[in-house]
Design a protein around this ligand. Structure first.
Ligand code: FEO
Length: 134
C-alpha cells in the first residue's frame, strides 16, 4: 500500500491542473518511500529526490502564478508563498545532505514529506478554489 493514497474528498482543491500536480507530488513521495524501504541504490534515490525537488519548484511557481493572475488577496498570497519558500529550503537542504552522505532517507523523512504535503494541501491550498472561484 502506498504511503499516501489520493483521496478526492480529502485532497482535491477543485482545480484540475493543481490536483494533477499534487497527484504527481504524491507519486514521487510514494516512490521515494518505496525505494527507501526496498533499499534501492543511491543513484535511484538521488534521481527521485531531484525529480521531487524540481517538480516541487515547478508546482509552487504554477500555484503562485495562478494566485497572482487572479488578484489573490495579498496577505493570503504572502503567507502561502512563505510556506512554499520554507518547504523549498528544507527540501533542497535534504537533497544536499543526502548527496553529501550526511543523512540517510528514513521513515522519518517520508513521514515529514507526507505530513507537510497533506497538511499544506488541506489547510492552505484548499483556500485557493474558495478565493479565486475558478
Ligand atoms: Fe500545492 Fe501551495 O502547494
Amino acid at each position: 500500500m502506498p504511503l499516501i493514497q489520493w483521496n478526492n474528498d480529502l485532497y482535491s482543491v477543485k482545480i484540475e491542473s493543481i490536483d494533477k500536480h499534487h497527484q504527481t507530488l504524491i507519486s514521487l513521495i510514494n516512490q521515494l518511500h518505496e525505494a527507501m524501504r526496498e533499499g534501492n541504490a543511491k543513484e535511484i534515490m538521488d534521481g527521485i529526490l531531484h525529480e521531487l525537488n524540481d517538480y516541487t519548484i515547478y508546482h509552487f511557481n504554477a500555484e503562485e502564478d495562478l494566485m497572482r493572475s487572479h488578484n489573490y488577496p495579498m496577505e493570503e498570497y504572502t503567507f502561502h508563498k512563505e510556506q512554499h519558500e520554507e518547504f523549498k529550503f528544507k527540501l533542497s537542504e535534504l537533497v544536499e545532505k543526502y548527496q553529501n552522505e550526511e543523512i540517510l532517507i528514513s521513515i522519518e523523512t517520508s513521514k515529514f514529506l507526507k505530513e507537510w504535503l497533506v497538511n499544506h494541501i488541506q489547510k492552505v491550498d484548499k483556500k485557493i478554489a474558495g478565493i479565486i472561484n475558478y
